[in-house]
Design a protein around this ligand. Structure first.
Ligand code: AMP
Length: 576
C-alpha cells in the first residue's frame, strides 16, 4: 500500500524542481513503488483530477468549505483561517502552517494510504443532494484530522483546484516508461494510447497489467479520442507543394463534435472532450438512426437557415441556444452536423487507415438531412484550391481545410495531415489562440468593467513553458468585457502561473484557463515578451485584437511557440 505521506513527499520534491528531466526521475521513482491496483488513482492525483473530464466528475468544493474544514480540524476560528489565507495567498500554505501549530488534535489518527485519500476525494465529489455540503466538509475534516501538515497542504490544494505541480502529461508518460524500462523508449506507444482514449489513468493501469496491451491499444466507443489538429500554410501554392493532390473540405466555424454510438447508446463529446450529449438532441436522434452497430466519428455542428442559405457561426449558434430553449432553437435554426472524419466502425479501429479510405466511408454512411459529409472536392493544383477557398468565403464560411489523402488520423497532434487556410481579418494574416495569464485595469474610459487589456501567452512545447506574446487591449465589445471580468475575477491568483516565462507584470495574475483568439497585423521582435526568446529578443504580435473568447478550446490546444516561429517564416517569405 502506497502511503499518502510518500506521495506528499514526492509532490514537495517536484515543487522544488523545475527541470523536466529531474521531475521525470522523481516521479518514476514513485511509480516504481506503486501497484497495478493503485497506479490509475495516483496518475489522476498527479494530474490534479479524479477522473477524465468526460466523466463529469468534479470535486466542486469551494474555498469557503475548505476554510470551514480547516477551522474545524485546527480549532482556529474561521476568521483567523481567512486572515492567514489573505496573507499567504495560498490555502495550502495556510493549512500547512495552522495544522503545524493546531490547537486541537483528534484523538485517534491513522496513517492514510493514497487509495484512501483518493477514494475519500471521490466520495466528496460524488456526494450530492440535501445535506451534501455538510457531508463534504465532514469528510474533508476527517482527512485533515489524519494529515501531517505537508499532506494537508496538498489535499487542500487539490480540493480547491490549485495543486498545479507543473507536471504535464508528457512528463507523466516519460515517467511511466522510465519506471518500467529504465528509459523513455515506451513513451511513444504510451502517448499513442493516451491520444486515442484521453484517459491517462486507464492507460497506466493497462500498462501495469501488461505492457503489451499498450502496443495493441485500440479505439473504443465512449472513450473519446484527443482531437486531431491542423497546421497552417500561407497560400494555396504552399499547400499544394506540401500535399500534392489533396481533398479540400469546407471549414465550418461551428462546434466540433465527436459522436460515439454503440447499440442504442449515443454520446457526444466537445473539442475539450466534455460530454455535450444533452445539448444536441436533434443530432443524437439522427445518430440513433444510422444503420451501424458501433461508430465513432467527427464533425462540425452549426445552425443553417435553408431559406436564407446562411450558416451561423459558433458564437451565433451558441447564443441562439442560450437565448431560446434548446427545443425551440432546434426548430427555428436547425443544426446540421458536417461530418469530416470517421475513426471506428463496427469493431474496427480506423485511425491508421489513410484519409482517402476514411472519407469514402464518411460519404457512404452519412446521408441524412442532419448528418451530412462536409462539402469537399479533390484538387490537383493551386488554382483549383484558390477557387474553392473563394467559394467558401462567399458562402460565409471561415475558409478551407486541405487533407492529406494518405495520412492516418493524427489524434492529439498538430500535423500537416490537415492544413487550414482561413480568411484574414483586416490586414491580419492569421489569428492565434492564446491563453490569458493576467489582466490590466483601464483608466475609467471603459464602462462597467474598468478594463485595460489582457496579457496572453502561447505554449513552448519543447520545455513546457507558457511564454507571453501580447497585451491585447482592443477588439472587445462591452458584453465581452463584462463576460471576461466575470470569468477572470474568479481565477485571480497572487502569483504568476508556475510555468510562465514573463517580463511584464500585469495588475492581476490569473489561472491560465481561458483561451482567446487574437488577430494581429504581423509579428515583430520584442524585448518585453518571452515567446521564442533568444538572448534579449522574443516575439510579439503587432496590433493584437480580440476576435473571440474561445470557451470551446482548452489550454492544451493553444498556439505553440514553434507555430509562431513558422508564422514569422511565412511572413518573411510573403513580404520578401
Ligand atoms: P482552428 O480552430 O482554426 O485551428 O481549426 C481547426 C478546427 O476547425 C477543428 O478543430 C474543427 O473544429 C474545425 N473544422 C471545421 N471544418 C472542418 C473540416 N472540414 N475538417 C476538420 N476540421 C474542421
Amino acid at each position: 500500500m502506497l502511503p499518502f505521506s510518500r506521495v506528499a513527499e514526492v509532490f514537495f520534491e517536484i515543487e522544488k524542481r523545475s527541470g523536466r528531466l529531474e521531475m521525470t526521475d522523481v516521479l518514476a521513482g514513485l511509480f516504481k513503488e506503486t501497484s497495478t491496483q493503485e497506479i490509475d488513482k495516483l496518475v489522476y492525483l498527479v494530474q490534479g483530477i479524479l477522473a477524465p473530464p468526460y466523466t463529469g466528475i468534479d470535486l466542486g468544493v469551494g474555498e469557503r468549505f475548505a476554510i470551514e474544514a480547516i477551522a474545524s480540524t485546527t480549532g482556529y476560528p474561521k476568521n483567523e483561517v481567512e486572515k492567514n489565507y489573505k496573507k499567504s495567498g495560498d490555502l495550502g500554505n495556510t493549512v500547512e502552517e495552522l495544522i503545524g501549530k493546531r490547537k486541537q488534535r483528534a484523538l485517534l489518527t491513522q496513517e492514510m494510504d493514497m487509495v484512501y485519500v483518493y477514494s475519500s476525494l471521490l466520495e466528496v465529489a460524488k456526494t450530492s443532494g440535501t445535506g451534501s455540503q455538510e457531508h463534504k466538509i465532514k469528510k474533508l475534516t476527517e482527512m485533515l484530522n489524519n494529515s501531517t501538515p505537508l499532506e494537508a497542504k496538498y489535499i487542500v490544494r487539490f480540493v480547491v483546484g490549485t495543486l498545479r505541480l507543473g507536471v504535464g502529461d508528457p512528463t507523466i508518460l516519460d515517467a511511466l516508461s522510465v519506471a518500467h524500462k529504465g528509459d523513455k523508449s515506451l513513451r511513444e506507444e504510451l502517448e499513442r494510447a493516451y491520444n486515442i482514449c484521453a484517459d491517462l489513468g486507464y492507460v497506466a493501469r493497462q500498462f501495469y497489467e501488461d505492457p503489451k496491451l499498450i502496443a495493441k491499444f485500440k479505439v473504443q466507443p465512449f472513450r473519446p479520442l484527443m482531437p486531431a489538429l491542423a497546421e497552417r500554410e500561407k497560400d494555396p501554392e504552399a499547400i499544394i507543394e506540401r500535399l500534392g493532390t489533396c481533398e479540400v473540405e469546407m471549414k465550418y466555424d461551428g462546434f466540433r463534435i465527436q459522436g460515439h454510438k454503440k447499440g442504442d447508446k449515443v454520446e457526444l463529446y466537445s473539442r475539450k472532450l466534455e460530454k455535450t450529449t444533452h445539448m444536441f438532441p436533434e443530432i443524437v436522434s439522427a445518430i440513433k438512426k444510422l444503420k451501424v452497430k458501433e461508430i465513432i466519428f467527427e464533425g462540425e455542428a452549426l445552425a443553417y437557415n435553408e431559406q436564407k442559405k446562411r450558416y451561423y457561426s459558433f458564437q451565433e449558434t451558441m447564443h441562439r441556444k442560450r437565448k431560446h430553449d434548446i427545443g425551440a432553437a432546434s426548430e427555428e435554426f436547425p443544426l446540421k452536423l458536417f461530418v469530416f472524419d470517421i475513426l471506428y466502425l463496427d469493431g474496427k479501429d480506423l485511425t491508421e487507415q489513410p484519409y482517402q479510405e476514411r472519407r469514402k466511408l464518411v460519404e457512404k454512411i452519412f446521408k441524412s438531412d442532419v448528418l451530412k459529409p462536409s462539402e469537399s472536392k479533390l484538387v490537383k493544383d493551386a488554382d483549383g484550391l484558390e477557387k474553392i477557398f473563394q467559394t467558401a468565403l462567399n458562402e460565409g464560411l471561415e475558409g478551407i481545410m486541405a487533407k492529406d489523402l494518405k495520412a492516418p488520423y493524427t489524434a492529439g497532434k498538430r500535423k500537416f495531415a490537415w492544413i487550414k487556410l482561413k480568411k484574414s481579418y483586416g490586414k491580419a494574416v492569421d489569428t492565434i489562440d492564446a491563453v490569458i495569464v493576467g489582466y490590466y485595469l483601464g483608466h475609467g474610459a471603459r464602462v462597467e468593467f474598468d478594463f485595460g487589456g489582457l496579457l496572453v501567452a502561447v505554449q513552448n512545447e519543447d520545455n513546457g513553458k507558457l511564454e507571453t506574446i501580447a497585451k491585447v487591449g482592443y477588439g472587445f465589445s462591452e458584453l465581452e468585457m463584462v463576460e471576461l471580468e466575470k470569468m477572470l475575477s474568479k481565477v485571480k491568483t497572487h502569483a504568476p502561473p508556475k510555468n510562465l516565462d514573463h517580463k511584464l507584470e500585469p495588475e492581476f495574475w490569473v489561472e491560465p484557463k481561458y483561451v482567446i483568439e487574437v488577430a494581429f497585423d504581423d509579428i515583430t521582435t520584442s524585448s518585453i515578451h518571452t515567446c521564442g526568446m533568444k538572448g534579449e529578443k522574443g516575439y510579439a504580435l503587432r496590433f493584437p485584437r480580440l476576435v473571440n473568447i474561445r470557451t470551446d478550446k482548452s489550454v492544451k490546444e493553444i498556439t505553440t511557440t514553434n507555430e509562431v516561429i513558422e508564422m514569422v517564416e511565412l511572413q518573411r517569405t510573403k513580404t520578401g
